[in-house]
Design a protein around this ligand. Structure first.
Ligand SMILES: Cc1ncc(C[n+]2csc(CCOP(=O)(O)OP(=O)(O)O)c2C)c(N)n1
Ligand SMILES: [Mg+2]
Length: 223
C-alpha cells in the first residue's frame, strides 16, 4: 500500500474549514470530497453536517444545501461537491439564481470520478476506466451562464479568502477549486470490515487522544 500523499487536497480542506463558523451548515456530495470532509471537518454543533451516507447518492450536495438554506436562511450554507456529482445537478444553478438562494458551492475539481479512480488504482491494478472527466466544462463559465457569481481557486492558500468573500457576498456563488487527483486514505477496502481499514495520516490534531488510524498491512510487515 502506498503511503498517503496529502497535498493540495488537505491544504485546500484546512483553508475551507478556517473560513466557516460554528453555525455554518455544510453539505457534501459523494466520493473523495465526502471522504475529505468526513475525515477532517469537525462540526462544533449538531445538525450542521449533512452528507449522503450508506449507498451515497452523487448529486446530493448542491440541492441539499439549497434545502438547508431555505429552511434556515440565517445560517451560512456551504456545499462541498465533486466535479462529477455537481455535473449531475448543475441545472440547479438556475434555482439559486431565480430564487436568490445564497449558498456557496465548492466544486472540488480533480477532473476525475475520484473515488472510483482510487478503487481502480488501489484494488484493480491501476486499470483506469472511464473515470477521467476530461477538460470540460469550465465550471466558472458554466455558473456565469446562469448568472451565478463564480471564481476559480487555483492555489490551496487562496481557498480561505475566496470562501470568506463568497459567504460575505450574500449571493449564490460557485468556487471552482482545483485539486490534485490524489488518493485519500484511510479507507475501508471493498468487501472488508471497519477493522480492516487501510492507510494512515498525520495531521495536526486539535484534540489530544484522538484516534489515529494505522495501516494493518504495514503493521503485519513489522513496520
Ligand atoms: C448517482 C450515483 N452514481 C454513481 C455512484 C458511484 N460513485 C460513488 S463516488 C463516484 C465518483 C464521484 O466523483 P466526483 O463527484 O467527481 O467526486 P470525487 O470522488 O472526485 O470527489 C461514483 C461514480 C453514486 N454513488 N451515485
Ligand atoms: Mg471528482
Amino acid at each position: 500500500m502506498k503511503p498517503l500523499i496529502i497535498k493540495n487536497g488537505l491544504i485546500t480542506f484546512v483553508n475551507l474549514k478556517k473560513a466557516v463558523d460554528n453555525e455554518t451548515i455544510l453539505t457534501t456530495d459523494v466520493g473523495q470530497n465526502q471522504m475529505w470532509m468526513a475525515h477532517f471537518y469537525r462540526t462544533q454543533k449538531p445538525r450542521k453536517f449533512i452528507s449522503s451516507g450508506g449507498l451515497g447518492t452523487m448529486g446530493f450536495g448542491f440541492p441539499s444545501a439549497i434545502g438547508a438554506k431555505v429552511a434556515l436562511p440565517e445560517n451560512d450554507v456551504v456545499s462541498v461537491c465533486g466535479d462529477g456529482g455537481f455535473l449531475m445537478v448543475c441545472q440547479d444553478l438556475a434555482t439559486v439564481k431565480e430564487y436568490d438562494i445564497p449558498v456557496v458551492v465548492c466544486v472540488l475539481d480533480n477532473r476525475y470520478l475520484g473515488m472510483v479512480a482510487q478503487w481502480q488504482k488501489l484494488f484493480y491494478d491501476e486499470r483506469m476506466s472511464h473515470t477521467h472527466l476530461g477538460e470540460v466544462p469550465d465550471f466558472v463559465k458554466l455558473a456565469e451562464a446562469f448568472g451565478v457569481r463564480a471564481e476559480r481557486v487555483e492555489k490551496p492558500g487562496e481557498t480561505q479568502e475566496a470562501l470568506k468573500n463568497a459567504i460575505k457576498s450574500g449571493e449564490p456563488t460557485l468556487l471552482d477549486i482545483i485539486i490534485d487527483p490524489d488518493e485519500i486514505l484511510p479507507m475501508v477496502p471493498p468487501g472488508c470490515g471497519l477493522t480492516e481499514i487501510i492507510g494512515e495520516y498525520k495531521v495536526e490534531r486539535e484534540r489530544p487522544g484522538e484516534v489515529t488510524y494505522k495501516n494493518p498491512a504495514k503493521k503485519a510487515e513489522g513496520d
